[in-house]
Write a protein that binds this ligand. Structure first.
Ligand SMILES: NC(=O)c1ccc[n+]([C@@H]2O[C@H](COP(=O)([O-])OP(=O)(O)OC[C@H]3O[C@@H](n4cnc5c(N)ncnc54)[C@H](OP(=O)(O)O)[C@@H]3O)[C@@H](O)[C@H]2O)c1
Length: 169
């Protein structure tokens, strides 16, 4: 199983504004992200991201993707039988044992947990041409250090770059 982290970030490493605003992320970036999730067939997200993402109209594009929400508590309302809860990153991966590629997609707290437990194999970062001063970081503060190897760079649009890294283990 290969674990891919896929995220959109500002040039200064934020994934959302303090109030969770992600309207600065382009439709083209969403298309690239949702294609990656659909290709893998599965997705792992944190409990806060689940509540935000499932309210967005585009979320319906992911209806056939097996989704695992990570939470230390039982998530109250799962909106689809295709959605599951795991109490830890490792349990989330165990629920997706049948998949060759697993996409982990935030938010910052969940990303930190995966990084601390050394569970990320590759990282896709879509760089939006945007900067702001406060917000939610790609990784929440934690105890980890990663050396990365650049595997590829491509344009999503003429204004947006995608960086693809391997985590050196
Ligand atoms: N730019 C992007 O590509 C992108 C992608 C995804 C999300 N986002 C944004 O990121 C923001 C949310 O990020 P966030 O850091 O605030 O929250 P988050 O990572 O989505 O969710 C945090 C919650 O996940 C659960 N969790 C995390 N690590 C865990 C662990 N090791 N074991 C068990 N549960 C764990 C906990 O749930 P419990 O509290 O229930 O225990 C925790 O409170 C939103 O604004 C969202 O829109 C942006």
């Amino acid at each position: 199983m290969k674990v891919i982290m896929y995220m959109a970030i500002t040039v200064n490493g934020f994934i959302a504004k303090q109030d969770d605003d992600t309207s600065w992320i382009s439709r083209e970036e969403w298309n690239s992200y949702s294609a990656a999730a659909r290709k893998a067939g599965c997705l792992i997200i944190g409990r806060r991201t689940y509540h935000i993402l499932t309210k967005q109209p585009e979320f319906s594009e992911l209806k056939d993707v097996k989704l695992v929400v990570v939470s230390k508590e039982k998530v109250p309302e799962l909106i689809s039988p295709n959605h599951n809860v795991a109490f830890s990153p490792k349990e989330a991966l165990n629920l997706l044992n049948d998949f060759k590629v697993v996409v982990v997609a935030g938010g910052g707290a969940l990303n930190k947990s995966f990084a601390e437990q050394n569970l990320i194999d590759e990282l896709y970062l879509d760089i939006e041409p945007f900067a702001f001063g406060n917000g939610i970081r790609l990784f929440s503060e934690g105890k980890f250090e990663k050396k990365l190897e650049l595997l590829g760079v491509k344009n999503i649009t003429k204004n947006e770059l995608q960086l693809h890294y391997k985590v050196v283990k």
